[in-house]
Design a protein around this ligand. Structure first.
Ligand SMILES: Nc1nc2c(c(=O)[nH]1)N[C@@H](CN(C=O)c1ccc(C(=O)N[C@@H](CCC(=O)O)C(=O)O)cc1)CN2
Ligand SMILES: NCC(=O)N[C@@H]1O[C@H](COP(=O)([O-])[O-])[C@@H](O)[C@H]1O
Length: 196
């Protein structure tokens, strides 16, 4: 297939919260022929990411715990939507094997710490920054990694760090982490989908 009519990869972004990463990803790819943010998947009705989807005119899929964790994991819906790649951006449920197998090596996640430290069950959002500050760490950062059947265990793709000052709090650290996420997640996704 020539580059003129090469299919543009279709990305589904999974999120459970405010969606600032989903917003930055949608902004980054908007108007470019690199990839389409084709779907935003969310498990929390009323989450801020729905407004992000509306602002960017991106279709949404609201998922239920039963069908996602104990059923087909919405693989038929994702395949019907022509999804090629899945990005977890503050998504708070464990991705089950049916979805991992259907999108082998095509699901990535961003974690707000330097894995393998500060990862695993219970390590999400503010809980991560609270633990990092409580342990008086001098640096933190982000990890972008492939998703396997365990939390925060898949191979690392990218990491970036930030320094922690003595006056930093979990809130100020979260701000530093968000800056790193918004700077690096979309360009990392771009590199990965160009290799599909
Ligand atoms: N199979 C995988 N699924 C997910 C991964 C992964 O690496 N493999 N990453 C997470 C994102 N994440 C950290 O980056 C993460 C998210 C949530 C939790 C967690 O403990 N969740 C709670 C439920 C919280 C809720 O429902 O509000 C729990 O499981 O009890 C840990 C890590 C996304 N999925
Ligand atoms: N362990 C998963 C985890 O903690 N993910 C984190 O949730 C936040 C979502 O923010 P957003 O909704 O504004 O993109 C991000 O900081 C992301 O790294």
């Amino acid at each position: 297939m020539s580059s003129l009519n090469k299919k543009v990869p279709r990305i589904a972004v999974f999120a459970s919260g405010a969606g600032s990463n989903a917003n930055e990803i949608a902004r980054y790819f908007s108007g470019k022929s690199i990839a389409d943010i084709a779907l935003i998947v969310c498990n929390k009705p009323g989450a801020g990411v729905y407004q992000v989807a509306e602002n960017h005119r991106i279709p949404t899929l609201t998922i239920s715990r039963e069908q996602f964790l104990k059923g087909d994991a919405y693989v038929p819906e994702l395949q019907a939507a022509g999804i090629d790649f899945i990005v977890l951006a503050g998504f708070l449920w464990k991705v089950p094997m049916p979805l991992i197998q259907a999108f082998s090596n095509r699901i990535i996640n961003i974690h707000p710490a330097l894995l393998p430290d500060y990862g695993g069950k219970g390590m999400y959002g503010h809980f991560v920054h609270e633990a990092v500050i409580a342990n008086k760490e001098k640096e933190s950062g982000i990890t972008i990694h492939y998703v396997d059947e365990h939390y925060d265990h898949g191979s690392t793709i990218f990491q970036a760090t930030c320094q922690i000052d003595e006056q930093d709090t979990p809130d100020t650290l979260a701000q530093k982490i968000h800056l790193l996420e918004h700077a690096h997640f979309a360009p990392t996704i771009e590199k990965l989908v160009q290799a599909l």
